[in-house]
Design a protein. Structure first.
Length: 335
């Protein structure tokens, strides 16, 4: 009996040793540097750390991120209120604008291959842009415009698609119409500008972008200058939106990006309107890329920060006084 028991113990010890050996032999999962949010709060909750590198699903591409755009929505995603609205769960990696190189493709991907340069608007629920690697679907990604850098390309998707979907898809803007853009020198405004409101220091920029009339909101009320406009694009909300209903001509349109449209005001002024939630659309992103390559759209990047300084980047965006876009440089531009 004693001999049998000893043999059993020896067998158990050998089995444990074999299992341990096998376990140790398993390759470690690849990791990457990223900004991770573990709790809701201010910019201080953005933590630069090592985390697991994502693996693309069948309908995704894995992108080696060269640059990531910074947007006001990135700031909002850190609040519990908006995180729940977007469907974001902790922990998560923020960031929705990326430009980079396809590293790997899922089995069902047909539009891209490894080595392709792409830019993408990642959906608000998943995000993942503030990282060395991110995954995107074919609906979210499009070929990167060839005429601009990866840093410039990362400044495009969210704001350009917002402007496109607000003016073309929603307001049905047509040639010859006038448009009032609140915040004309910012990210969305720099793509959508014709008539804009902006601060004094940005007047020259607005003229370069093609604005016909510039309104300095520190010196003038926009309603004293802009009257009977066809379309208003609002990215400010509150009092600015409330004062905008009265400057739109009958039958005109208001699109707001940051508030709920007031149907009573629309009815009162006999105009139409909508609150816009922008969606990733690869076809429109590809069309925007063509316009950039044709020099019909100019991309403005005001500042860049390394990925490790995402806190500083978000603090700057939160001031509301950024010209164009702020971008995180994640890796060196491919040569």
């Amino acid at each position: 009996m004693r001999i049998a028991r000893q043999r059993t113990l020896i067998t158990e010890i050998m089995t444990a040793a074999i299992l341990t050996s096998v376990s140790l032999a398993q390759p470690a999962k690849p990791t990457m540097k990223a900004i991770v949010v573990h709790e809701y709060g201010g910019p201080e909750v953005l933590k630069y750390e090592d985390t697991a590198r994502p693996e693309p699903k069948e309908d995704q591409v894995l992108v080696r991120v060269i640059a990531a755009g910074v947007n006001p929505v990135d700031d909002a995603s850190r609040s519990e209120k908006y995180a729940k609205f977007f469907g974001i769960t902790l922990p998560f990696i923020p960031g929705y604008d990326i430009a980079g190189v396809v590293e790997k493709t899922g089995a069902n991907i047909t539009k891209f291959k490894a080595g392709d340069s792409v830019y993408a608007y990642l959906n608000l629920k998943d995000g993942g842009g503030y990282a060395e690697y991110a995954v995107a679907t074919e609906v979210e990604a499009a070929p990167k415009p060839k005429s601009i850098s990866f840093v410039e390309a990362a400044a495009v998707p969210v704001v350009a698609l917002t402007a496109w979907q607000a003016l073309i898809d929603t307001a049905k803007l047509s040639a010859g119409q006038t448009i009032l853009i609140h915040g004309g020198s910012g990210g969305v405004g720099s793509f959508a500008i014709q008539i804009a409101t902006a601060s004094t220091r940005n007047q020259d920029l607005l003229k370069q972008l093609g604005a016909d009339v510039e309104v300095d909101y520190t010196q003038q009320k926009f309603e004293d200058v802009a009257k009977d406009v066809d379309v208003v694009l609002d990215s400010v909300g509150k009092d600015t939106l409330a004062r905008s209903y009265g400057v739109v001509k009958k039958g005109g349109f208001i699109v707001t990006l940051v508030a709920r449209i007031d149907q009573a005001e629309l009815d009162k002024h006999r105009i139409r309107g909508a609150s816009l939630g922008v969606e990733p659309t690869s076809n429109e992103l590809a069309e925007i890329g063509k316009l950039i390559d044709e020099k019909k759209i100019r991309v403005i990047v005001s500042q860049t920060f390394p990925l490790s300084e995402a806190v500083k980047a978000q603090e700057q965006v939160a001031t509301g006084h950024t010209r164009g876009k702020i971008v995180l440089k994640v890796a060196e531009e491919p040569k």
